[in-house]
Design a protein around this ligand. Structure first.
Ligand SMILES: Nc1ncnc2c1ncn2[C@@H]1O[C@H](COP(=O)(O)OP(=O)(O)O)[C@@H](O)[C@H]1O
Ligand SMILES: [Mg+2]
Length: 282
């Protein structure tokens, strides 16, 4: 079916005005709920739901990143999405240009964000805590899916930046994981020019805090190891809390070594070791 969100290439109006004219705006992600400066919309047109992401208000002085950098990150997100066709990524239907920057028209995905702010993190009702209590095979399938995605992205040359549980939307009824917000992923390797980079410290490698350090696939094996520590354990690397096998535990320990040379050299090597551990291989 064809309609404006799928066909339009350029609009004259501000994104919010246009989207309210075009469909039913049923969700709003703005400065009330996040600090990125981006403004995103859940929009329904007919029976179809969309997640439309924009760089927000060009004149708002509050966000950390200026508007033009937010616009550049959205263009980057389009490149990431178009370079990888993995099922974990919501479909990108269309990109509409406006004076406020692009509108990225993604499929709306059902589910709950696994991220909770620090106050709610231990709440047993939070999505993350409910996820951690799922049957082990279900968690393993979701993890395998995330690792497989990052293996494909690494093969396409992308280094994950700012990946954390705020990128994970899990549909508990369909047992389906989606990964969103890859806007900061970078073609790598590259040099850390920021000192503390963007991201959640619960997922970040030591070099992501160190100006001048190299950020590469070894960094991302740490990120993937921390993902296992968060989804398959209590966020720590304690053996008693870890729900996987000894073989899986050893893979995670190695991936999360502080010393880079002890980690897996690539995300592909990490994934192979993880899958091998699942088959009982050392
Ligand atoms: N495709 C999608 N379908 C439904 N909800 C989404 C989708 N992508 C993101 N979201 C929700 O919108 C929120 C903001 O999106 P995100 O891409 O993280 O924006 P930001 O760059 O502002 O952090 C996410 O935390 C998530 O809850
Ligand atoms: Mg986000």
């Amino acid at each position: 079916m064809s309609h404006p969100l799928l066909d339009t290439k350029v609009i004259e109006e501000a994104p919010g005005v246009y989207l309210n004219e075009t469909g039913d705006v049923f969700a709003l992600f703005d400065a009330q709920v996040q600090d990125s400066g981006n403004i995103s919309y859940g929009v329904q047109v007919g029976q179809q739901r969309f997640f439309v992401k924009t760089a927000g208000d060009p004149h708002d002085p509050r966000p950390f990143l200026p508007h033009e950098e937010r616009v550049a990150l959205l263009h980057n997100a389009v490149r990431v999405r178009r370079s990888c066709s993995h099922n974990a990524l919501p479909r990108l239907h269309n990109v509409i240009e406006s004076a406020h920057g692009p509108l990225l028209v993604y499929a709306w995905v059902e589910g709950e964000l696994l991220h909770a702010g620090s106050a709610a993190r231990q709440d047993p009702h939070s999505a993350m805590q409910r996820f951690r209590r799922l049957p082990l095979p279900e968690i393993m399938r979701a993890l395998d899916f995330i690792f497989d995605l990052h293996c494909e992205l690494a093969q396409a040359g992308w280094i994950a930046v700012d990946f954390y549980d705020g990128c994970l939307i899990y549909d508990f009824s369909c047992e389906k994981m989606h990964v969103v917000d890859l806007d900061m992923y970078r073609e790598g390797p590259f040099v850390n020019e920021m000192g503390r980079m963007f991201g959640s410290s619960r997922y970040m490698a030591p070099e992501e805090f160190e100006r001048g350090a190299s950020i590469d696939e070894r960094t991302n094996t740490f990120t993937m190891g921390r993902t296992a520590a968060n989804l398959l354990s209590d966020g720590t690397l304690a053996r008693s809390a870890f729900r996987g096998s000894d073989a899986h535990y050893e893979v995670v320990r190695r991936a999360c070594s502080d010393e880079r040379r002890r980690r897996y050299a690539s995300v592909g090597d990490f994934c192979a070791a993880w899958l091998g551990a699942g088959k009982g291989n050392p």
